[in-house]
Design a protein around this ligand. Structure first.
Ligand SMILES: Cc1cc2nc3c(=O)[nH]c(=O)nc-3n(C[C@H](O)[C@H](O)[C@H](O)COP(=O)(O)O)c2cc1C
Length: 355
């Protein structure tokens, strides 16, 4: 099936569908399956060590010759000197006690932000595509990545951010609506301003920039994909829809929660990482809701929440698990990632009168 757009031409792929980079969830098997089906597979590498990243890239290359995307977080290292951990520690303490855990750990970054070492490794690994969340790396880094021939995608949650990214040299823009699962990519303004829904965001971004636009957020089936194209997108990026594929590293309790989720079953919370991200509501998000403002700066909150999240997952109790999800989880069909990729695009092509 041919479905060519500015994005398929730019990336050298057959279908204008991108499997979202999902740190901790997307696997080489997932990225390769989507690539082999004609879309673009992605790996969220933000929390990976050098060894883990090398292994993931080797594995992906062993499974496919198709292009793939490596995705990085571009944030400022958290300033913990001025952060008072006491209120968050006190809020978490009874929950730690209930789960039989010891003291709440100090806030600490689990991994550095995109830095010179990460840039060097990216240039060496040289994927076809690199994407960035929370802004862009330095102009020098962008220049070096482009000089290597790597295509750069940036994520915008407002049309102002899209303009900044275009100015910064990106080749295409992911327009992430507020329905999206996982971290909000907002970087320019206060995150409360990055709450525009996909339906409103995509056409305004498409009007604002000349580079191709990739719609993301709440797209769960072919109707959403067709709608995104009608709104001016050149491709779509789906995360939650791929969480339920067998190739994705998704906990059984998370899969169960996704299958049962209603459209209002998610919330944007800082409690897991320190940065707003859309997750399935559970005891963590509801009983600690009043402590959102006490969260440690991203990503140091992770260290404070991690023992609770891990113990909950190990015990098969969804209460404290970190279960990212977009608002359209119920539309997701559990099926192999390759099948999903070709099926969704074939159905969207029919809706768009393209076949
Ligand atoms: C489990 C999960 C993890 C995610 N991790 C990342 C990530 O590491 N980097 C990133 O740029 N976006 C990440 N996202 C956001 C996606 O790129 C995308 O914006 C979102 O999935 C689109 O909305 P949808 O989930 O409704 O399809 C993640 C999303 C999910 C669901």
């Amino acid at each position: 099936m041919a479905f060519s757009t500015r994005i398929t031409d730019l990336l050298g792929i057959d279908l204008p569908i991108i499997q979202a980079p999902m740190a901790g969830s997307a696997t080489p098997e997932l990225a390769a399956a989507v690539g082999n089906a004609g879309g673009l597979g992605s790996l969220g590498v933000a929390m990976m060590s050098e060894a883990q990243l090398r292994e993931a890239v080797d594995k992906t290359r062993a499974l496919t010759n198709a292009p793939f995307n490596l995705n990085y977080f571009v944030h400022h290292e958290p300033d913990l000197a001025g952060f008072d951990a006491k209120p968050m520690r006190a809020a978490l303490k009874p929950h730690y006690a209930e789960m039989g855990l010891g003291d709440v750990p100090d806030p600490k970054s689990p991994a550095p932000a995109f830095n010179d070492a990460a840039l060097k490794l990216l240039l060496e690994l040289s994927p076809k595509v690199a994407s960035f969340h929370f802004g862009l790396p330095s102009p020098e880094a962008v220049k070096a990545i482009k000089a290597q021939g790597i295509i750069i995608l940036g994520c915008a949650t407002t049309s102002s951010e899209a303009r900044v990214l275009e100015h910064g040299g990106v080749d295409a823009i992911v327009a992430q609506g507020h329905e999206a699962g996982g971290h909000r990519g907002t970087f320019l303004d206060h995150v409360d301003l990055g709450t525009v829904g996909t339906m409103a965001l995509v056409p305004q971004v498409a009007d604002m920039v000349k580079v191709p636009v990739i719609a993301a957020g709440g797209i769960g089936d072919a109707r959403g994909i067709a709608a995104a194209f009608m709104l001016g997108a050149d491709a779509v990026q789906l995360g939650t829809a791929y969480l339920v594929t067998p190739e994705c590293m998704t906990h059984d309790m998370h899969r169960k929660a996704l299958a049962e989720l209603s459209d209002h079953g998610t919330v944007v919370t800082k409690l897991f990482s320190g940065r707003p991200a859309r997750a399935i509501r559970n005891r963590m998000t509801e009983s600690l809701h009043g402590h959102e403002s006490n969260a440690a700066p991203f990503p140091a909150q992770r260290a404070m929440a991690a023992p609770l999240v891990t113990a909950s997952a190990k015990a098969g109790r969804a209460e404290y698990m970190q279960m990212w999800s977009g608002q359209a989880a119920r539309l997701s069909v559990a099926e192999p990632a390759g099948t999903k990729t070709t099926r969704l695009m074939a159905e969207a092509a029919i809706l768009l009168g393209k076949n």
